[in-house]
Design a protein around this ligand. Structure first.
Ligand code: ATP
Ligand code: MG
Length: 502
């Protein structure tokens, strides 16, 4: 078959440009597709050289091409932008091959041209889209990062952390959770047992029971309990968790948050306690007043009986003694109810304490040492000194009773400045009675100031000591604080307001 007409037809029909040029760039022939690419008639093209169809920038490419071909390079492939008469640039790829005549002389080269303007445009658009997308993603990532930071800050402020546990007892804790439990990353084993060990022993069984029940029957649950940090401090936490189940309803993990609510719990306890004190105070104060009136009748009548010889003197004495004890009791109750008549004077706490110590030493016996630590220039206190003497005696007796095997009592006095209930800095004279005794459990500590609460054997304590002291201190506009841990002794702090100078 003669390939001539076939090749001619192909050259006419193809949308690839075909361009035959001489060794110096003279245009010899073009096909219609090439004419379209150049945006010119065939005769115009044939009357020009290739350099007439490029701008300055692209001209160098053609020059290189001509030079390398003269140097013997037989084929090449390169990209170039052709320029149409209206200035439009057409981006092309040219696959060029040298052409020789029958004698083997190079007569030029034939180029097959592909218009890649559209492809390049798409490529550019795609790239732009990709860049836009990348930018959007980075903006969103930054936003996510920021909101994560904000969430973290909120969690920190709320003392809240996240956790997750799976079916095989593996645990994941956030940094905040580690902080709440007083652990470092390195000390955290990621095992459920470690969490169980950190739960307060008195709450442990219940907490495990609650989680097991929730896993079986609930979608979410909350659990309030105490934890004991590695440094021994006790915190109150609230756990809220969701039970995540698979499509069969089998729990696969628990995902939850833990919040340190110690301050809130303490505040609530404090509030309940002061409400209780208020109520019991009113009640006991009322009773004490009535009882006192009754007693004065008894004492008066007994006084008359005493003068009458016809009555048994011993019996009358016994009535008088009982009435005295009753009066003492009402006195204490009134003190607790903050209704005792107080005679506020300015007095030197240091002198009062030092004057009392030899008497207190006799009370505690030889197995207990009493020492004092007085800061220089102690302010004068504004209160009634007599109940303070009672209070010190009471605290010393309490300390003695808590140290059956002997021990030490230290009485420390110093000046302090603390915010009062209205948050104003206020000066106090502070007296601390500290012992090395048995200490109190949380339960005893919570009830110690309740009137008639005593852990002592019947007849050994009325349980009015601390309640009376608290009543006196509060009535004097001061406060009392009990610090005590089982096995670590007790420190009772009394603060009395500083006497105003001038
Ligand atoms: N220093 C202490 N160490 C350990 N426990 C103490 C101490 N002080 C008080 N307590 C506990 O607080 C309880 C109440 O004390 P409080 O002084 O009010 O009453 P009491 O000493 O039992 O009786 P009373 O003082 O009326 O003779 C005591 O029974 C004791 O359990
Ligand atoms: Mg006592």
């Amino acid at each position: 078959m003669d390939r001539g007409p076939f090749l001619e037809q192909l050259t006419e029909a193809t949308d690839q440009g075909v361009w035959l040029i001489g060794p110096d760039g003279t245009s010899y022939d073009v096909n219609p597709a090439m004419c379209r690419m150049l945006g010119r008639e065939r005769n115009v093209i044939l009357a020009s050289t290739i350099f007439d169809f490029v701008d300055e920038e692209n001209k160098a490419i053609f020059e290189d091409e001509i030079a390398s071909r003269a140097a013997g390079k037989s084929s090449s492939r390169y990209e170039i932008s052709l320029q149409q008469p209206d200035g439009t640039l057409v981006r092309c790829i040219n696959n060029a091959n040298s052409v020789w005549d029958a004698e083997g002389v190079r007569v030029g080269s034939i180029g097959i041209w592909t218009d890649i303007t559209e492809i390049e445009k798409n490529k550019r658009e795609l790239l732009e889209l990709k860049n836009q997308l990348a930018e959007k993603v980075s903006v969103q990532n930054a936003e996510l990062e920021r909101s994560n930071e904000r969430l973290k800050a909120a969690h920190k402020a709320a003392r809240m952390g996240g956790w997750e546990t799976n079916e095989v007892g593996e645990l994941r804790w956030s940094t905040e959770t580690l902080e709440i439990f007083g652990l470092t990353k390195e000390k955290f084993s990621g095992k459920l047992e470690q969490f169980h060990d950190l739960i307060h022993p008195e709450d442990r069984e219940r907490v495990i029971r609650e989680a097991t029940y929730a896993r079986q029957y609930l979608d979410h649950y909350t659990s309030n309990h105490r934890i004991v940090r590695p440094d021994g401090s006790i915190r109150h936490v609230q756990e809220s968790a969701a039970v995540i189940r698979n499509f069969k309803g089998i729990p696969v993990c628990l995902s939850g948050a833990v919040q340190d609510v110690t301050e809130r719990v303490e505040l609530e306890a404090h509030f309940r306690q002061s409400q209780k004190i208020e109520t019991i105070g009113q009640l006991s104060g009322g009773i004490a007043h009535d009882f006192n009136n009754i007693l004065s009748v008894i004492v008066g009548a007994a006084g008359l009986l005493e003068m009458d010889q016809t009555y048994d003197a011993e019996l009358v004495q016994s009535i008088m003694r009982s009435a005295d004890r009753g009066a003492d009791l009402t006195h204490r109750l009134l003190a607790y109810a903050r209704q005792q008549p107080l005679r506020t004077v300015h007095f030197d706490v240091r002198k009062l304490v030092l004057d009392m110590t030899s008497m207190l030493r006799r009370v505690v016996g030889i197995d207990i040492q009493i020492s004092t630590e007085m800061s220089e220039k102690l302010w004068l206190a504004a209160a009634d000194p007599a109940p303070l003497e009672d209070a010190l005696l009471n605290l010393t007796v309490n300390a003695r009773d808590a140290m059956p095997e002997g021990g030490q009592i230290v009485i420390k006095c110093k000046n302090v400045c603390l915010n009062n209930e209205e948050n104003r800095p206020t000066d106090y004279v502070q007296i601390v009675v500290k012992d090395t005794g048995t200490g109190m459990t949380e339960d005893v500590k919570a009830k110690a100031t309740d009137p008639f609460y005593t852990t002592k054997a019947r007849g050994q304590g009325t349980g009015l000591g601390l309640s009376m002291i608290e009543g006196y201190v509060r009535q004097s506009k001061g406060h009392m604080v009990i610090q005590s841990d089982p096995g670590n002794g007790t420190a009772i702090t009394l603060r009395l307001p500083r006497a105003k100078q001038g």
